[in-house]
Design a protein around this ligand. Sequence first.
Ligand code: PMP
Length: 389
Amino acid sequence: MRASRRIATLNAGGSDGWGIFLRAREMERQGRAVLDLTIGDHDRVTPRVLLDEMHRSAVDGHTGYASVPGTPALRSAIAARVAARTGVATGSDNVLVTAGGQAALFASFMGVLDPGDTALFIDPYYATYPGTIRAASGVPHAVAARPSAGFQPQVRDLETAPDARALLINTPNNPTGVVYAEATMRGLAEFAEGRDMWLIADEVYDGQVWTGAHLSMRSVAPERTLLIGSLSKSHVMTGSRLGWVAGPAEMIGYLADLAVNTTYGVPGFIQDAAQLAVTGGAEIEAELVQTYRRRREACLRTLAGHGSIGVVPSAGAMYLMLDVRATGLSGEAFALRLLDERGIAVMPGESFGQAAAGHLRVALTRPEAALNAAMAQIAEFAEELRDAA
Ligand code: PMP
């Protein structure tokens, strides 16, 4: 039997980006020691207080169908968080709780695209973006943010893109770590306004800002922005699948109807733990941010002495993007050799599109000492390759 064209072409035209990750797993199975810096997941479990709250809630009976758009208490807690971070009045009816930021992205595209509509997104990009747009029967179109512009998207590059219903942006950015400047955000908002487009703003790393400040698109253009948030990165809750869309109440109402017909909501005991995380988890969040900040600074110190490697001027998110173009190798070729010859697994820039070719993304998801040793090895390896070229 034939599958739908939509589903059969979901990952069309690109690698899924997981080649190095899978190869690293295979090497480990064969008994080789591999330092895995590929995946954006924490090297610790969800904090005990949140697990205890899940357990308490479940044992107390919150195991049936939960409120589909989100429990009133959680929606209102998220609304307060969004209002505090954006300066825009936000109520419960502006918030839909979803199964992670990923389900929030899918719901948002379902909300704004008709079949065949184009959605623009910025390259380099988080791996699911084109597939998510296709899943909503849209046509993804990538617009490059160039290394020479510090990976800040430029309006003049968007102006030559085809007509589209939506523009998806991500700041702080995965994979580059770049935080979009205020001028960038205002330029993008003006561009979207000129073409009457929706802005889908993936800000799941909004708490991980190392230098400067993050400006939310909801602060700039609230009437046309669907803001994507998540507790995955902020509260070590990747496996809990808890995220949200915040935006105009009418659209949130439609997305709640969609949730009835797709996920039927998020488990009640997860929502209760999420409520505790949002209302009482400031210390958890601060401690995690501090950990990534220290790791990042340690890596930058180690790399500073090595001319063979460039570091993208990142200001946020739990990644570092390294520029290895001086070695003459592609990111993919460098990453493969680094894995085979040094046992260090990192993501090639090419896994995130074309704009980050010749780069590597390092996830800061191992202890400081291991990361530091890895940075020294990567820099040495780059020097050897450059000298041999
Ligand atoms: N957006 C970006 C930029 C991400 O990096 C991730 C996770 N790596 C997500 C969305 C999805 O996260 P989740 O579904 O766990 O909230």
